[in-house]
Ligand binder design. Structure first.
Ligand code: FUB
Ligand code: ZN
Length: 652
């Protein structure tokens, strides 16, 4: 990969990045440090889920011997702090803030104080069960947390030059190597993540053994599907570290087969996409074609059969998991924010292996829809689960839908999503381009200024666009005289047509694998791309049982939805006309700068003439009225209180 950097100047994204800096990071700090009273909601009805103050920083103070007390919260709570630190790092890289840096430095010191002499680091085991370190890898999340620390360490070191954080991460990685490396005991974590962290640590330090350890964990996963069960039986203290994980199937952990033999997306969705990200990272770093082939197969299965139109993944609350092909229910799904964050990571890692516009398409779909829906517009309320259809009464009264919230909570018992979202939004600049050898691919369209050191020399790119409100993009690219350079412009799959001019001349190039490839000869180049940003009706293939007879409205990368606030109650009684006569309203109001869409629709209310629930077909009374439907971008839903929402609407 070519070294480089991108500075975002975009209106849409600057608002989010400012939100991360001025609201999310300070707010999340206060919650993790128990400085404010917030209502902590359980992510679903389950009495085992913590619902008191976070205690995340306090756990470190106790582990460091500075305070006394017990660990509180999920065993993997340390990762909330690490993801917060990583988000802070990206934010500092963009704009230095001495107060935030001081705070983040003190967090690094605290983490160092909580680390044991031999490098071991997990506040839960240090405080509560020191005899069980690395003994219950199925549930312990020790390596999962370690991976998040490594990612944070690399980001924080790059942002501030802090060496201590890298020393902590390396000491921990070395401890893991001794215990569980190729010459240590057999074992890997139930939740993939350390494999990603190790690859980043390898890229920063150049130390091969971190790459080797990452690959080792991938290669032994699924080799012995009984490993976790044997581990459980060998654990003299049989109490599970996390309640309720015993009955989960092998697929939940992606250990039903060796990872290179897996060809469908199985089990816990976040784990699966983290696994795939690591596999794609290792494939790129080692040129491992077998690993890459497995990634491609799993990718195909997700994209062709198991992904929502919003880029959400995970069809059931049971195990927060994938289910089976074409099973995409809209109102009981999971679509965890972290899962879409992970899907963006996977897409980026695949782009680093091979150029295919589909990776950018999925990255964009997940980012602009499910990922952004994960936060309220105030940056202080968060969704864990991102439904495509909500009736607040069902959420309140149907125990099977307790996970489907109608408004974003202030915080969650399991707080994996808020800091995950913060770290992705704060680092979105890293997703705009993939620059490699003499090629630079544009994955995402957003105003920005970038420079890259390519094999053939330096290049500078300036992007100007009003995306996603407008589809007009202007790119100015400067390179050295005689320098070889190929630019790949992604033509999104949602664009039926496009217009392109290169240095004033119309270009009729046909996209190859989703990219128009331009071999630029001039030193200074101007490229104008015009994508058709207009409302479209989308339909699903008939295999998707929940969407049959329905349509969704999209505009460019954005999926839209109906909300009760605009359309009244009982959204299920509404239908959209096949000729919807779309109208667009650009506005800058309570939902921010958006283009709202109205369409021709009908509200039908039917009831049996003789009363009751059911009646003969010819004895139904129907009240039918024309109604102009108002659609808003999906990511803006639930910002006006609790109300019904639906992405899919029946067609006339
Ligand atoms: O297990 C750690 C995190 O908690 C997972 O990634 C999320 O899905 C939640 O289960
Ligand atoms: Zn999450």
């Amino acid at each position: 990969m070519a070294e480089g950097n991108t500075k975002i100047t975009d209106r849409f994204w600057t608002r989010y990045r400012e939100l991360v800096r001025s609201e999310m990071i300070p707010y999340q700090w206060k919650v993790l440090n128990d400085e404010i009273d917030v209502r902590i909601e359980r992510e679903r009805d389950d009495a085992h889920i913590p619902n008191k103050k976070s205690h995340a920083l306090e756990n470190f103070r106790i582990a460091a011997g500075k305070h006394s007390g017990h660990h509180y919260g999920w065993v993997f709570q340390d990762s909330d702090v690490y993801k917060w630190l990583e988000a802070a790092a990206y934010s500092l890289s963009e704009k230095m803030d001495e107060n935030l840096k001081k705070l983040a430095d003190s967090v690094v010191d605290l983490i160092g104080d909580a680390q044991e002499e031999d490098g071991y680091l997990s506040t839960y085991f240090t405080i509560e069960e020191p005899d069980r370190k690395f003994r219950r890898l199925r549930e312990s999340h020790e390596l999962y947390c370690a991976g998040h620390l490594m990612e944070a360490a690399v980001a924080y070191n790059r942002a501030t030059g802090n060496r201590k954080v890298v020393e902590i991460a390396e000491k921990l990685a070395d401890c893991i190597w001794r215990e569980l490396g190729p010459e240590g005991r057999y074992g890997f974590d139930g939740h993939e993540e350390v494999e990603i962290g190790l690859m980043k640590l390898y890229q920063l330090t150049g130390k091969e053994r971190y790459r080797e350890l990452s690959r080792h964990f991938l290669m032994i996963r699924g080799e012995d599907p009984d490993f976790f069960e044997k581990e459980r039986q060998n654990d003299p203290d049989r109490k599970p570290v996390i309640h309720g994980m015993d009955p989960l199937p092998l697929r939940y952990y992606q250990i039903h087969k060796k990872v290179v033999d897996q060809d469908t997306a199985e089990g816990h969705a976040v784990r699966l996409v983290y696994l795939c990200t690591a596999m794609a990272d290792v494939a790129a770093a080692c040129g491992d074609e077998i690993m890459l082939a497995a990634c491609r197969k799993i990718w195909r299965n997700i994209v062709d059969r198991r992904m929502y139109i919003t880029g959400g993944i995970g069809s059931t609350v049971h195990g927060e998991a994938f289910t089976f092909d074409y099973d995409l229910p809209n109102d009981t799904m999971y679509c965890e924010t972290c899962a879409s964050v992970g899907l963006v990571f996977f897409a980026k890692a695949m782009m680093e292996n091979e150029a295919d516009g589909e990776y950018g398409d999925v990255m964009e779909r997940a980012l602009y829809n499910t990922v952004l829906s994960g936060t309220a517009l105030d940056g202080k309320h968060f969704f864990y689960v991102n439904p495509l259809e909500v009736n607040p009464v069902s959420s309140a009264l149907d125990p099977g839908k307790s996970h489907v919230k109608a408004v974003r909570p202030e915080w969650l018992g399991c707080a994996c999503c808020p800091p995950n979202l913060a770290r992705l939004l704060a680092s979105v600049d890293q997703y705009v381009y993939t620059a490699r050898e003499d090629c630079c691919f544009v994955n995402l369209y957003m105003s920005s200024e970038s420079c890259f050191s390519m094999k053939s020399g330096e290049i500078r790119i300036r992007q100007e666009t009003g995306y996603p409100v407008s589809g007009k993009i202007r790119l100015q690219l400067e390179k050295e005289a005689g320098q070889k350079l190929r630019l790949g412009l992604r033509i999104p799959s949602w664009a039926r047509t496009f217009a392109l001019t290169v240095n004033g001349e119309a270009c009729r190039a046909v996209p190859e694998k989703g990219f128009v490839l331009l071999d630029l000869q001039e030193e200074k180049n101007e490229i104008l791309l015009d994508l058709p940003m207009k409302p479209e009706l989308w339909r699903a293939r008939a295999d998707l049982r929940s969407d049959i007879g329905k349509a969704a409205v999209g505009r460019g990368p954005l999926v839209y939805c109906l909300e009760e606030a605009d359309n009244g109650k009982d959204l299920h009684m509404l239908s959209i006309k096949r000729d919807p006569d779309f109208a667009e309203q650009e506005e800058d109001g309570e939902l921010g700068h958006i283009v709202a869409i109205t369409a021709a629709g009908i509200r039908r209310k039917t009831a049996p003439v003789r009363g009751g629930l059911y009646g003969f077909d010819d004895e139904m009374r129907e009240e039918k009225e024309e109604q102009r439907l108002r659609f808003i971008p999906y990511y803006t839903w639930a910002n006006r209180g609790s109300n019904e929402m639906s992405v899919w609407v029946r067609t006339e």
